[in-house]
Structures are given as structure tokens and as C-alpha cells.
Design a protein around this ligand. Structure first.
Ligand SMILES: *C/C=C(C)/C=C/C=C(C)/C=C/C1=C(C)CCCC1(C)C
Length: 257
């Protein structure tokens, strides 16, 4: 069992890197001095490396925490791929890879929301309603945001509806059922990681609507600045977010061993 699992893991990792490498050489090369391009490169590699780490740790730790770590690996895996394509768009056209960003968000943000459900489900019985409400909030936040950025909807209206979706998510994790379960039933380690995740969704996530606001509603920013800011935000919101879960998983399981 373990042998075949690690074989799959190794095959997957090799596949990831070969796709990464082939996409890296497909088009224009990175130009010296292109700092936005550098940030796409650095972060795509950091995401790929994080994927390997989360997968290995999910196998080592296993059980219910293994699932949370696998989901963290899926987030960084999906993002690593998108970063390779986004880098390509940036390096060849010098424009924002908006479509790739939103496709990435549409997949990774619901997975990040599942994590709130999973870390609570690892310690106690929780209702699926937590997950469904967070998913609903995600869609209300992202779909109008995309429609605004891509010109299918008025940019201000898209922004306002998106903000309502985000507020709904924040309500659930600060005052809703999820927060009550975390406060009453979680161990110290889970409470700590829940708190870090909650503040990431508040402060780390605020970078995207601020970028949207300055980029579209307040006169416009240059696409280079906007992309560096989004890229750095993803390091916190995808890699560090996964590490917060890893912290709880590690504490909980080593406390028992
Ligand atoms: C890994 C990617 C993440 C965590 C992306 C998060 C994206 C957001 C929090 C986007 C939020 C937006 C609003 C709150 C208002 C409308 C515009 C958006 C979509 C940029």
C-alpha cells in the first residue's frame, strides 16, 4: 500500500516538473530586469516546492489531517500550473493574465474554504452547512469580480456584489457556526491555526479587492505593480495558509504520539 502510494506520488511530481519545464521553454524568454517576470518565476517554483512538501507531509501524518494537507497540496499544485501560464502571458505580452488568475481563483478559493471545514472536522463532528455557506460566499465574490474585470458587467457593480460575498465569508468564520465550533471544541493548536487562517482571509485577501479598486475604480495602476502585489499576496494566501494547517496537523499528531 505504502509502496504504491509513494510510486504515484513520485510519478506525479515528475509529471509536474516536466510540464513546468516544457512550458518554461515554450515561448519568449524572461528578460533581465523584468522584476514582475521574476516574481512569476519565483512564485511558480515556490508553489511547486510547497506541493511536494504538503504531499509528503500528508503521507507522513495521514488520517484526517492527511486530507487537509492533501487539499493544501492541490491548492499550490493548481496555482503552480497557472503561474507558469501567467508568466508566459506576462513575458510575451506585458499585460495582466486576468483570465488565468480568475480560473485559478475559481478552483483554489473553494479549496481554501474547504480547509476551514476540514480542520474542524478533524477534531469534532461539524455540519456540511459550513462548507456550503463558504462556497456560496466564494461564488458571489468571484463571479461578479470577473464579470467586472472582463467587461461583462459594470465594474463598480461587480465590485460591490463581490464585496458582499467576501463579507458573507468573513461573517461565517468570525461569527457563524464555524467560529463557534472553533471557539468551543478546538484544541489549542487548532484554535491557533484557525485564528491565523481567519486573519489571512481578512488581511491577506484584502489585497485583491484593493488592487481591483485602484486598478479599475480609482484611475488605474500600472499592470506591473498590480501583478507583483497579487503575486506576493498569493505567497501568504496559498503557501503560508497551507503552513498554518500543517502546524496544527503536526502539533495534534505529535502530541498523541
Ligand atoms: C489564492 C487566491 C486567492 C486567495 C484569491 C482571493 C481573491 C479575492 C479575495 C478576491 C476578492 C474580490 C472582492 C472581495 C471584490 C470583487 C473583486 C475581487 C474578486 C478581486
Amino acid at each position: 500500500m505504502l509502496k504504491s502510494k509513494s510510486l504515484w506520488l513520485k510519478t506525479g511530481i515528475v509529471a509536474l516538473f516536466s510540464v513546468g519545464a516544457s512550458s518554461a521553454f515554450a515561448g519568449e524568454m524572461l528578460q533581465s530586469g523584468d522584476f514582475v517576470g521574476y516574481s512569476f518565476w519565483l512564485i511558480s517554483m515556490a508553489l511547486a516546492a510547497s506541493t511536494v512538501f504538503f504531499l509528503m507531509e500528508s503521507m507522513r501524518i495521514g488520517g484526517k489531517w492527511g486530507t487537509s494537507l492533501t487539499v493544501s497540496a492541490l491548492v499550490t499544485f493548481i496555482a503552480a500550473f497557472h503561474y507558469m501560464y501567467m508568466r508566459e502571458v506576462w513575458v510575451t505580452t506585458g499585460t495582466s493574465p486576468t483570465d488565468f488568475r480568475y480560473i485559478d481563483w475559481l478552483l483554489t478559493v473553494p479549496l481554501l474554504m474547504i480547509e476551514f471545514y476540514l480542520i474542524l472536522a478533524a477534531i469534532t463532528a461539524v455540519s456540511g452547512g459550513i462548507f456550503w455557506r463558504l462556497l456560496l460566499g466564494t461564488l458571489v465574490m468571484l463571479v461578479p469580480g470577473y464579470m467586472g474585470e472582463a467587461g461583462y458587467m459594470d465594474q463598480t457593480v461587480g465590485f460591490i456584489i463581490g464585496m458582499v460575498g467576501w463579507a458573507f465569508i468573513l461573517y461565517e468564520i468570525f461569527m457563524g457556526e464555524a467560529s463557534k465550533v472553533a471557539a468551543s471544541q478546538a484544541s489549542a493548536a487548532v484554535r491557533k491555526s484557525y485564528g491565523l487562517m481567519k486573519w489571512t482571509v481578512t488581511i491577506g485577501w484584502s489585497i485583491y479587492p484593493i488592487g481591483y479598486f485602484f486598478g479599475y475604480l480609482a484611475g488605474g495602476t500600472d499592470p506591473g505593480t498590480l501583478n507583483i502585489v497579487y503575486n506576493l499576496a498569493d505567497v501568504l494566501n496559498k503557501i503560508a495558509f497551507g503552513l498554518f494547517i500543517w502546524y496544527a496537523a503536526n502539533q495534534e499528531t505529535s502530541a498523541k504520539a
